[in-house]
Design a protein around this ligand. Structure first.
Ligand SMILES: Cc1ncc(COP(=O)(O)O)c(C=O)c1O
Length: 341
């Protein structure tokens, strides 16, 4: 795709910056990801639902992190990096995707993961190992301590003569979020081709980057009639809406476009008992999508967001942005690896 061409236009600011960034990204994903109708799910819940399939982007079993990492990996390359270092939970989609990106770019990878080393690797951990990442279990789940441990690992790598690059947590910095401003344009073009005018875009939201980027994309195209609804599945920050607003403003400054003026919409109440703990409602939604469309969501992000779609009676047509996370289905914590009673 010729992104420079795509963004050269009257989009409210120097839209060419996004085009230049997209042109200079590491081109790792299969884009555009598909957009298609979900007719049986729509009939089951009584709202017209379309699925934006970022679970099908071709790398490490898919997911939203890859779009951000294409831009951040290009930045790592510009800095002469040969080692990517990042932090995450053991089933982290971000960490797994960083491991895959490092493999694709011929770089080393160190992952600093929360908690103790499990007896057996499961889910994303299996893939982290296959991609050749070095895994460091920090013992703690405190984010500040994980970040500190990442700094130590990077310093140690540098002392060996390596050139480490610290990938920001979740890729949620303005440069990463910018990828979702471009993703919004990708979706918009697909909607136009389908004759679809979505009333809402719904997705799992956690570290704010996906939603902040989509908000910027919407603003750049002046699509005031499209509502973007992030389902808070992590409660990492006190106010996710505040965090999305802050990151969107920073991203707008990076891209030199005007900042969104409406507050971001974030919906609470679907995380369940906690971040990375499956919920009964989320797993019901996961089974519903699987039974109606043959499509798998993940129990701690996309399925919880889908649960909100099932419950909230959001006016359609709506686009459910499938942000991936598939490998977590195969971890013991998913609660899915059990015989029916
Ligand atoms: C599968 C999945 N969906 C959604 C999200 C949320 O994206 P963001 O952190 O950009 O809000 C994540 C982030 O970890 C994820 O792994």
């Amino acid at each position: 795709m010729n992104w420079s061409h795509r963004y050269a236009g009257p989009l409210g600011g120097d839209a060419g910056i996004l085009g230049q960034l997209m042109d200079s990204r590491e081109k790792l994903a299969i884009l555009p990801t598909p957009l298609h109708r979900a007719p049986r799910l729509s009939a089951a819940i009584g709202t017209e639902v379309w699925l934006k399939r970022d679970d099908l982007n071709g790398v490490a079993l898919g997911g939203n992190k890859l779009r951000k990492l294409e831009l951040l990996a290009a930045d790592a390359r510009r800095h002469g990096a040969d080692t990517l270092v990042t932090v995450g939970a053991p089933q982290s989609n971000h960490a797994r995707t960083v491991a895959a990106v490092a493999a694709m770019l011929g770089m080393d990878c160190d992952l600093i993961l929360g908690g103790p080393r499990p007896a057996e690797p499961e889910g994303s951990l299996v893939l982290d190992l296959i991609f050749g990442a070095r895994l460091h279990f920090a013992g703690t789940t405190e984010w500040a301590e994980l970040e500190r441990a990442a700094g130590d690992v990077a310093a140690e790598a540098a002392s060996r003569g390596a050139h480490p690059y610290l990938m920001p947590t979740g890729g949620s910095v303005p440069l990463g979020a910018a990828a979702f401003a471009a993703a919004y344009a990708e979706l918009r073009e697909q909607c136009r081709a389908e004759g679809l005018r979505p009333a809402a875009i719904v997705h799992a939201s956690a570290s704010a980057g996906t939603q902040a980027g989509l908000e910027i994309g919407r603003k750049m195209h002046a699509d005031a009639d499209v509502t973007i609804i992030g389902i808070d599945v992590a409660k990492i920050t006190g106010s996710l809406a505040g965090e999305v607003g802050r990151l969107a403003a920073q991203t707008a400054r990076l891209l030199r476009v005007s900042e969104p003026t409406t507050p971001p919409q974030v919906l609470d109440g679907y995380m369940g008992a906690g971040y990375s703990i499956p919920s009964a409602g989320g797993n019901r939604a996961l089974r519903l999508l699987a039974a109606t469309e043959g499509i798998i969501t993940d129990p701690v992000y996309s399925a919880k967001a889908l649960h909100a779609v099932c419950e909230e009676q959001v006016a359609g047509p709506l686009v459910f942005w499938h942000t991936g996370g598939i490998p977590a289905v195969f971890s013991a914590e998913s609660g899915l690896a059990a015989w029916p009673s």
